[in-house]
Design a protein around this ligand. Sequence first.
Ligand code: GDP
Ligand code: MN
Length: 385
Amino acid sequence: MDLFEYQGKQYFAKFGIPVSAGDVAHTVDESIAIAERIGYPVVVKAQVQVGGRGKAGGIKLANDNDEVRTHASNIIGMNIKGHVVKRVWVERASDIAEEYYASLTLDRAAKQHLLMLSAQGGVDIEEVAAKDPSAIVKLHISPVVGLDEATAKKAAIDAKIPSKAQDGVASILVKLYDCFVKGDCDLAEINPLILKPSGEVHALDAKVSLDANASFRHPEWEAFAATQELDGREQLAREKGLQYIGLDGSVGIIANGAGLAMSTLDVVNQVGGKAANFLDVGGGANAELMTAALEVINFDTNVRSIFVNIFGGITRGDEVAKGIVEAMRRVQLRAPIVIRLDGTNAEQGRQILADAGIPADKLMSKPTMLDAARTAVAIANGKSI
Ligand code: GDP
Ligand code: MN
C-alpha cells in the first residue's frame, strides 16, 4: 500500500524523523487556515502518488494568503500524469543548503535490507544511477544485526555527505531504519533529505510503501486504506473479496492460486499477449466466486478474451465448470472464455461445459495451458482462430 506524501511524513514523525510542520487540506480555505496557523512562507504541495510534482507545477511557494489562494486553487483539481489532485499538503517552507537522497528497501535476492544513500538528492535517483552510479552508496543491512549510528555515519562518509551533515544524516538513517522495520515498510524513501543553512537535517519529501502482509499488526493503517485511490476494477474486486490487480493488457486472467496466476501471466506474455489483470480465485472456486471474478473482468473494457486457468487440487473441476456455466447465465460477457481445466475432477468439469450448450465462440476448452494461452492471445490480438 503506497502512502501519500503527507501520510508518509506523519508516519516518519512517529519514529522521530524531523519533517516540516504542516497539515493536509481539501479546499483553498483550509489551505489558508493552515498557512496562517503554521506561519509564512509556506509550500503548497499536490498530494498525488506520482513523482515529478514540482516540474508539473504541483509544488509552489507562498508568502501570504493571496499566494496560497492562487496556488491552492490552481493545484487542487490539477491533473498530474493522470492523477487528479484532491488534497494539498501545506507546510512551513524550508531553506535548503543541500539536497541528499536516502532510502530503505528489501533486497530479496540478498535476504537483507538495502540502504541507498547519495549526496546527490532532489533529482530522480534513476538519473543519478544512470549518470554517476558511484554517487550512490548501497549498504546491505542484516535484519538480525540492524543499523547502528556508527555504521550509518560510515555510510554518510562513504556517500561524501559533508562532515557538518554527517551526524544529522546518520541519526535520521537510524530512525528511518526503525520506521522501515517496526513500521513494516516495503519502501521508505526521503528525496530530498535536506541540510538547512542552520545545520539541521530534515526530510522534505516522503515516499512510503507499507507491506500489506503486515496489516494485521497495524490497525492504524485503516486510515491509510480509506484514502487509497483504487481504479474502478480494483474497487469492485475489493468489494467482492477477490485477490485482483489491474494491469493494462487485453487478456483477462482467472486462475486458482497466486503461483498459477503468475505463471499464467508469464505464459500469456510468452506467446505475445498482455494480461489485463492478475486474479487469483483461490482454493474454493465455486459458482459465486466465478461469477464475481467474471464480473470484475467484464468491468474492464480493455479485455478482449478471458483466460481461465484452473488446476484442481482442493478445487474441483466440476465445481468450477458449474460456476462458469452459472456465471455465464448471470453475466453478459463482452469477451469469450478460453479455459484450461486440469486436475481433480477435470474430466467431469469438461463434460459439464460441453453439455451446457454454450456456443463455441463464447467458450473454448483447451487441453494445455500453452494451447489455451495461444488461443486467448490470438483472440485478444484480433486474429481469427
Ligand atoms: P517531487 O518532485 O514530487 O519529488 O516533490 P518534492 O517534495 O521532492 O519537492 C521537489 C523539489 O521542490 C525539492 O527537491 C525542492 O527543491 C523543492 N522544494 C520542496 N519544498 C521546498 C521548501 O520548503 N523550500 C524550498 N526552497 N524548496 C522546496
Ligand atoms: Mn521528491
